[in-house]
Design a protein around this ligand. Structure first.
Ligand code: ATP
Ligand code: MG
Length: 508
């Protein structure tokens, strides 16, 4: 256990929070020092986000005490926490996409002169904050038009605008590529050097090693311990988090590789990608990686009929295939696991079961099965397969933790495969926001699917999983395919080189 020898700024003791049917926090502790970056880690559903919302007054805890600079405090709502100098960037930020950056930053604490809103002043202040963050967009830009990384930056700017002493970041790197994460690390370190205290939640070990001096682990709503990052081995930390050892994170097996199932030839879509060719064989797990805006998702969206290419062609089992809309692609056996699960993957107010069986409603009905019972059976099976932490299949998706919502989308894709007999499965960042134990499970499901002869494409920015799981790795840069590496020649350096191939050319 780590010694608490610094100046404590925030301390929580014996916090318990109960939701209907779930004890989300069961007597947990936490202490944060002045000027430290403290990582909070644990499995999906362990209670991390709930804990943050207790700190920021969004949720009222049933039990426990909170001390700010040694004095006991009780927040009646988020406003109280804000005034006390605590700001959070939540896991699912609630920004206003149709409003400007400035409006989002100052929402709720607008600058007024009398009853007039001081737009000019606010825009200038926003610009100053953006400069501090080295942001590449303008205060007047519409937030909805920004990338996820940029939107994250707006949220951080908002925290800074309130002049917070304590800044909490709930999985800020989940949607970021390696480069963007690197930039965020720089910002967080700078804030720490300015004397801010930071709580950083992440499932990426890389984040913790890079930033944090201490780490607190929760498991199953309970406090497990607080450790010095340099004083605990990776194995022990994983064990603290999942309660067991994980021997083989990447269970890649040699699988018999069959014929080419999916092939793209010289696909181009103006403004997005140019002359992209790739192929995937039955039994193969193929990686597709690159930096932000490289066009990976856009290429796969074309294969799935979400958008259309201007030129080039797609072949499925050797025959030309023209996916004019997502349904054509699905009917032909191509399933996509989208990256933005909140927007595209789930109907948040529906039950989990219904969400999982949504794409197979017709099939269930067609076979004259008893719909309800069959639906229940199917959804239960696949939700259990990915180890979803939920009370029943009837609870709404928005009552699950972030990572467990992800698992529901994975279960949905698997159910579709299982029932419809799909051939190609495209996973866009399949382990984004998913804890280390469930990651290992998703990898082993991928291997099972490969063994069954699926052709699998994994779009991912996480080097370790790309290198650990893929037979071949395609790398894109600025809309072009810059290379393809075989499993035995793939290293982090080689991949990065290809991912930045074009920018190098330009600077040379
Ligand atoms: N609004 C809510 N209503 C009911 N249950 C909830 C609600 N919010 C969270 N829970 C439950 O509380 C538990 C803890 O969830 P929480 O979101 O805090 O987990 P987490 O550690 O942040 O997980 P993740 O890593 O997946 O984000 C889970 O069982 C979740 O289903
Ligand atoms: Mg969470």
């Amino acid at each position: 256990m780590a010694e608490n020898n610094g100046d404590t700024i925030l301390e929580l003791k014996d916090i318990t929070k109960i939701f209907p049917g779930v004890k989300a926090l069961d007597g947990v502790h936490f202490n944060l020092r002045k000027g430290e970056i403290h990582a909070l880690m644990g499995e999906n559903g362990a209670g991390k986000s709930t804990f943050i919302k207790v700190i920021t007054g969004v949720h009222a805890a049933e039990e426990g005490k909170m001390f700010l600079e040694g004095k006991e405090v009780r927040f009646r709502g988020p406003k109280d926490a804000q005034e006390a100098g605590i700001a959070a960037v939540y896991q699912h930020p609630t920004s206003y996409p149709t409003l400007s950056v400035t409006e989002n930053i100052f929402m709720g604490h607008e600058k007024l002169s009398g009853r007039m809103i001081q737009w000019k002043q606010m825009n200038a202040d926003a610009q100053e904050l953006l400069d501090r963050l080295d942001a590449d967009f303008k205060p007047t830009d519409e937030v909805g038009a920004l990338s996820v990384a940029q939107q994250q930056m707006v949220e951080i700017a908002k925290a800074l605008s309130m002049d917070a002493k304590i800044i909490i970041l709930d999985e800020p790197t989940a949607s970021l590529t390696a480069n963007e994460s690197e930039k965020l690390y720089g910002i967080v370190e700078k804030l720490r050097d300015e004397g801010k205290s930071i709580i950083f939640i992440s499932h990426r070990f890389e984040d913790m090693y890079r930033l944090a001096s201490r780490v607190t682990v929760f498991r199953d709503s309970r406090y497990i311990g607080t450790y010095d990052v340099n004083g605990i081995s990776n194995e022990d930390l994983i064990k603290a988090m999942v309660g067991r050892e994980i021997k083989d994170m990447y269970p890649k097996e040699k699988v018999e590789i069959g014929d080419v199932v999916l092939k793209a030839e010289n696909l181009s879509r103006t403004g997005f990608f140019k002359n992209v060719s790739l192929e995937v064989r039955a039994g193969e797990i193929v990686g597709l990686t690159g930096l932000v805006g490289a066009g990976r998702t856009e290429v796969m969206e074309t294969v799935c009929g979400i958008t259309q290419a201007d030129t080039g062609r797609i072949l499925l089992n050797g025959k030309e295939f023209n996916p004019v809309n997502p349904k054509t692609a699905m009917d032909a056996g191509i399933v996509l696991l989208p990256e933005d699960r909140q927007k595209e993957g789930l109907i948040l107010t529906w039950g989990l079961g219904r969400n999982v069986t949504l794409p197979i409603q017709e099939d269930v009905a067609k076979n004259g099965m008893n719909n309800e019972a069959k639906e229940r059976e199917i959804s239960k099976k696949y939700l259990e397969d990915v180890d979803t932490k939920a009370v029943t299949i009837f609870q709404p998706a928005n009552s699950l933790s972030g990572g467990n919502q992800q698992k529901v989308v994975v279960a949905k894709a698997l159910a579709e495969d299982g029932v419809k007999g799909m051939k190609v499965i495209i996973m866009d960042e399949p382990t984004k926001g998913i804890d280390v134990g469930a990651k290992a499970e998703i990898y082993s499901i991928m291997v099972d699917l490969a063994k069954k002869g699926f052709a699998i494409v994994m779009i991912s920015s996480e080097m370790p999983e790309i290198i650990g799981m893929c037979d071949r790795i395609y790398v894109m840069c600025s809309g072009r395919m810059t290379g393809c590496l075989e499993r035995n020649e793939a290293t982090q350096e080689r991949i990065l080189e290809l991912a930045m191939a074009e920018s190098k050319e330009v600077s040379a």
